[in-house]
Write a protein that binds this ligand. Structure first.
Ligand SMILES: [Fe+2]
Length: 242
C-alpha cells in the first residue's frame, strides 16, 4: 500500500479556482495516495453566513448546486485513493449554526452535510466541534494529527505546534503555505506544523479591497515505519510543484 497521504482544503466551492483544483486532481492521480485528507472549508456555505460581507453576496444560490460540485470533485479524488477523511471546517459548520439559530434540530438529519457526503462519496467525517463521542481532530498516525485550524494569524504555525502535545500537526484555514519544524530538547522525532494553502480564488469578490497573501497548495506526507516527511506543495499557474 502507498505510504503517501495528501492533505488539501479551503476550496470554498463555488469560489474555487478551477486551475488549482485541476492541479490537485492531477497530483492525486500521479501520487496515488493511500488517503486524502480534506482539511475543511471545501464548501463555502455563504448562504448560511451570520455575517454577510456585502450586499452583493449571492446568498440565494442553492446549496444543492454547490454540493453537487463538491461531490463531483470528491468523487474524482476518490478514484485515486482508498479513503477520504473530511474534516469539517468553520464554513461547513455554518449550516449547523443556522439550524441551531432557527431551532430546526428536528430537520437537521435531512440536511446533514455529513450524511450526504458519507452516502455519496463514503467520506469519514470529523466534526468541527468536539462532542462527547468524537474529537475534532484526525489522528493521522501515532506522531501526527490534522485539524481544520486552531489559529489563523501570522503566529499560526507556532500556535499549532505549541498546542499539539508533541505531535506534528497539519492544518488548513489560513490559506497560506507555511511550515516550521522543531527539534525537542527531550530528544525523539522533530515535530512539524504545516498548512496546506488553499484551492479557492486568490482574490475572491468578497475579499475585494483587502489584498490577500494566500497561495494555492497542498501538503504531501510520505511515511516510513520510523518517521515521516511532510512536504508543502506549491501550486502555481495550474501546476503542483513537487
Ligand atoms: Fe476556515
Amino acid at each position: 500500500m502507498s505510504s503517501t497521504r495528501l492533505f488539501i482544503g479551503d476550496a470554498h466551492i463555488p469560489y474555487h479556482s478551477h486551475s488549482a483544483m485541476d492541479a490537485v486532481l492531477r497530483l492525486a492521480a500521479r501520487t496515488r495516495p493511500a488517503e486524502i485528507v480534506i482539511l475543511g472549508d471545501w464548501l463555502d456555505c455563504n448562504q448560511f453566513s451570520q455575517h454577510p460581507k456585502t450586499l452583493h453576496e449571492d446568498r440565494d444560490r442553492e446549496l444543492k448546486r454547490d454540493l453537487e460540485l463538491a461531490v463531483d470533485y470528491l468523487s474524482e479524488l476518490r478514484k485515486c485513493c482508498k479513503r477520504i477523511v473530511y474534516l469539517e471546517g468553520n464554513h461547513e459548520y455554518r449550516l449547523n449554526r443556522w439550524l441551531a439559530r432557527h431551532e430546526a434540530a428536528s430537520i437537521a438529519r435531512f440536511v446533514s452535510l455529513e450524511e450526504h457526503l458519507k452516502d455519496t462519496v463514503g467520506v469519514e467525517w470529523i466534526p468541527y466541534r468536539a462532542n462527547t463521542k468524537r474529537r475534532a481532530l484526525y489522528r493521522v498516525n501515532s506522531r501526527t494529527i490534522a485539524v481544520h485550524a486552531w489559529s489563523e494569524g501570522v503566529m499560526a504555525p507556532w500556535t499549532h505546534i505549541r498546542n499539539s502535545c508533541g505531535n506534528s500537526v497539519i492544518y488548513g484555514h489560513t490559506h497560506r503555505l507555511e511550515m516550521i519544524c522543531q527539534g525537542r530538547v527531550t530528544g525523539g522525532h522533530p515535530i512539524t506544523a504545516a498548512s496546506a494553502g488553499c484551492l479557492c480564488s486568490l482574490q475572491p469578490w468578497w475579499a475585494s479591497g483587502k489584498p490577500t497573501n494566500w497561495v494555492h497548495g497542498a501538503v504531501l506526507m510520505r511515511e516510513t515505519k520510523r518517521a515521516e516527511q511532510i512536504i508543502p506543495v506549491l501550486i502555481q499557474k495550474g501546476e503542483a510543484i513537487v
